[in-house]
Design a protein around this ligand. Structure first.
Ligand code: FAD
Length: 309
């Protein structure tokens, strides 16, 4: 009960621009540095080089979401292009993840589609791939529509399905006809019971069913730190003799390193989601909401910061 209240509170604060501005003043000192690779692309590339040296792939995400002005959407698109250029120039093994609300999805779908066409085409020139993150429920349908539109002209783009959504099995089956490259996750936003399962046991059950379905129909990125889901997925992969080229495991920067290392040792493809940039507050709040125990280390960091003043 307490965890659920805390989770809702943290997700609510994460969407507040005022709280975000306040947090920026404290930089990444509050504890966000555990989950965010740095403020600049240079810091993020250094983090990716470290991951690559440990046998892991990456997906870089320049943080940002829910932009309210066309100029901000254009600036986000420029940063995506720059990130692709830096990946190519440095030779790191990384693709790109992004959120459509950072590219103006709330302003005008045509504007967002234009930015995406440019970004995905640019990625294609260096053989790279772009993953569209899935945001809150209000953006699910527009995101899938835009993804379908992009697939008419590009193959190097993938999408995300959230297992907590009641509609997820229908979406996966429908996208199967496009042979969509899908990342499957449990889901990180605050959603009403009418659209999302509130109980963890229901989400976990549907998550595994979706992973098994997608593994039989297209490329599958299994994005979780849940040991039992990973073990059950591996058992299914072995039983169905699914080739190692047809799936990958994905985890977030700063979480589950021991699991990542074990999967790499066993020869599985592992990709780490590496977020960077100034706009880290909403992302950070979602990480805290997933595990309210994390709030403990923020309090510790705040005490330490006060002590060093
Ligand atoms: C690569 C990647 C991309 C993602 N992209 C999206 C997306 O596009 N849209 C979306 O809605 N969600 C996304 N998510 C988040 C996802 O929906 C979950 O909220 C998140 O992965 C936590 O769920 P879990 O599967 O790890 O399982 P859980 O049952 O939540 O956690 C399992 C275990 O993992 C560890 N753990 C999980 N979260 C944390 C944390 N924050 N801090 C410390 N330990 C933790 C704990 O040990 C926990 O017991 C993404 C996740 C990953 C890994």
């Amino acid at each position: 009960m307490f965890e659920s209240i805390m989770r809702h509170m943290l997700l609510g604060i994460g969407k507040s621009p005022a709280a975000g501005r306040l947090a920026k003043r404290y930089g990444l000192k509050l504890g966000a540095a555990r989950f965010v690779a740095g403020r600049t692309i240079e810091e993020a590339i250094t983090a990716v080089q470290g991951l690559n040296a440990a046998g892991k792939l990456a997906t870089l995400d320049h943080l940002g979401e829910y932009v309210a002005h066309a100029e901000d959407a254009a600036a986000s698109a420029e940063m995506c292009i720059r990130t692709l250029d830096e990946i190519a120039a440095s030779g790191v093994q990384s693709n790109l993840s992004l959120k459509l609300t950072s590219l103006g999805l709330d302003l005008e779908e045509g504007l967002c589609l234009g930015h995406m066409q440019r970004i995905v085409s640019h990625a294609g020139k260096t053989g790279n791939f772009v993953r569209i993150d899935m945001e809150d429920y209000a953006h699910c349908e527009p995101t899938l529509d835009l993804y379908r539109e992009l697939r008419k002209t590009h193959d190097n783009v993938g999408v995300v399905i959230q297992a907590y959504l009641r509609r997820a099995p229908d979406d996966i089956r429908e996208l199967g006809s496009l042979r969509a490259n899908m990342r499957l996750v449990k889901g990180a936003y605050k959603e009403p019971e009418t659209v999302a399962y509130p109980r963890k046991s229901d989400v976990d059950k549907q998550f595994l069913e979706l992973i098994q379905l997608q593994l039989t129909q297209g490329y599958t990125a299994i994005a979780t730190h849940d040991r039992s889901i990973i073990e059950a997925s591996l058992a299914f992969i072995e039983e169905q003799r699914i080739s190692k080229d047809c799936y990958e495991f994905q985890m977030l920067y700063g979480i589950g390193e021991d699991l990542q290392d074990a999967l790499v040792r066993d020869g599985h493809r592992v990709r780490v989601y590496v977020p960077f940039g100034e706009d880290w507050f909403g992302y950070f709040m979602r990480r805290l909401a997933e595990r309210p125990a994390n709030v403990g280390f923020i309090l510790k960091n705040m005490r330490r910061a006060r002590g060093s003043r």
